[in-house]
Design a protein around this ligand. Sequence first.
Ligand code: MF3
Ligand code: CO
Length: 253
Amino acid sequence: MIHIKSMKEIEVMKKAGAITAYAHKVARQMIRPGISTSELDLAIQQAIVQHGATPSFLDYRGYPASSCISLNDTIIHGIPSKNEILQEGDIVSIDIGACFDGYHGDAARTYGVGQIDPQHQKLIDVTRQSFFEGLAHVREGHRLGDVSQTIQRYVEQNQMSVVRMFTGHGIGKELHEDPAVPNYGTAGRGPKLEPNMVLAIEPMVNLGSHHVKVLDDEWTVKTTDGSLSAHYEHTVWISPDGPVLLTAGDEDE
Ligand code: MF3
Ligand code: CO
């Protein structure tokens, strides 16, 4: 069942989203060659807790950290580690959730570390833009399939592939609510979008094939062909006037 939020719930979700965006800002400013992914995770945790929120991912189905930090061919759910050090030329995906007053915000970004290969920058840019192409259909009167198909087409027009094994999701009191929000599909299909639904829309894009493998830690998801992968996610409120990014920061509109 898709939960339609009250305006009171939306007001709380704005706060959860703002805290999520703040934690992203803190992490973004720390990215440099030589820093470990666990140092980033600790700063993210502190940024969330400072604002009276809790990290949504910590202990979620046993997940052992506050954020997911996924390097290069890791698509999602990379577990931060003191042994994993960012290096010049890497790309790093950071996924953060914050729970405030019982409601979640969820957002992800991919960054280059120092100078990166132009093709890898293009992967990051296409992933981000695919989100905004899809977002144009996130309004009353459209169906979820319109959003999914638009994301898939944009990515495939750029000779890249969308991950199918994982999807975006509704979000609210639960981190993952109905509906699933696939990054592939058919326009005109799927649930009708209605005012005051809140969706986490999160394209995961691979330079090579869309196939994935899960490592023995049961979390880390990598591409099977070793190609690089990027991720971009916002928590989106379908307001009566159109989509509003609840996790928008100052510099990533
Ligand atoms: N943004 C991811 C998602 O929406 C984060 C979940 S990671 C987990 O599914 F560790 F919490 F599972
Ligand atoms: Co999500």
